[in-house]
Write a protein that binds this ligand. Structure first.
Ligand code: 5RP
Length: 265
């Protein structure tokens, strides 16, 4: 691994080996989704609690302060929309040169294993790894499922994660699922968990984050269950405690209740 790749990964993955990435890239196919209408405002109070943000170049350039010290994972795949024919039909949307200009610490791209666009999105990943690594930039693969949320089982996710790692991703983002250890064990590079659509209670989020970390995930890339919450700062601080301080589900929930009193005062 080159010095540049190691150094960039060290900006993202903290000395304890863990990380909390905050994705705000959802608009690249969902448009101005609820609570991300003004991404800069949504993310402002959260920036100091995350180890990186996952963002497109457009939102980065227009909504994020250039003085921000939070590392950037640049979303560089897209080309589809929620109302279009198929979310999986993605291409590479941003060049490596642009990523360097934007001082990105890593690039993120989705793969859609098992979809009609499996081949195309896997070749996108391989090509991006070739180009990005020439400049010392690591790539995070996103194992996307499009609208087919039922694909979130260990067998499918283990397959997707392993393929992403084989093609050169330095980090793989996937979903938590039952028997999550099977996903992590089959993947030779670090795995982070996305949150998916908002769940009913904070406790459920703490539960799956804690389970995933115990089963080997190095952290999270978790968005909607943080910034869609009415108390997003309390939420990110509590998740941070699980990821970086090994707080249990119960402890995180107690922390949330106490942070919430402060945030809603
Ligand atoms: C969306 C993404 C997101 O980065 C990912 O899904 C994590 O966000 P959430 O926790 O809201 O699912 O890749 O394109």
């Amino acid at each position: 691994m080159s010095w540049g790749i190691k150094n960039r990964l060290a900006r993202l993955i903290q000395p304890d080996g863990h990380c909390l990435f905050l994705p705000i890239d959802h608009g690249y196919f969902q448009g101005p989704t609820t609570k991300l209408e003004k991404p800069g405002e949504t993310v402002k109070p959260l920036l100091s609690y995350c180890d990186a943000i996952f963002v497109t170049r457009g939102v980065l350039r227009s909504c994020i302060d250039t003085n921000s010290r939070t590392p950037i994972i640049l979303r560089v795949s897209g080309g589809t929309s929620i109302i279009g024919a198929d979310l999986a039909n993605e291409g590479i949307t941003t060049s490596v040169k642009e990523a360097i200009r934007l001082n990105a610490s890593a690039l993120g791209l989705s793969i859609f294993v098992g979809s009609q666009y499996e081949h195309q999105t896997l070749l996108n990943l391989a090509k991006l790894v070739d180009e990005a690594e020439e400049y010392g930039i690591p790539v995070m693969a996103v194992t996307a499922v499009g609208k087919e949320l039922q694909k979130r089982d260990a067998r499918y996710l283990a397959l997707s994660c392993r393929i992403a790692a084989e093609l050169g991703a330095r980090v793989v983002k996937t979903y938590w699922c039952e028997n999550f250890e099977k996903v992590v064990e089959g993947c030779p590079v670090p795995v982070v968990m996305a949150g998916g659509p908002r769940v009913d209670t904070e406790y459920e989020v703490f539960e799956f984050v804690s389970d995933g970390i115990q089963k080997g995930a190095i952290g999270v890339n978790l968005g909607r269950n943080i910034w869609k919450n009415d108390c997003p700062v309390s939420m990110i601080k509590s998740i941070r405690a699980i990821v970086h301080e090994r707080a249990t589900t119960k402890e995180a929930n107690e922390m949330f209740e106490s942070f919430k009193k402060e945030e809603t005062r």
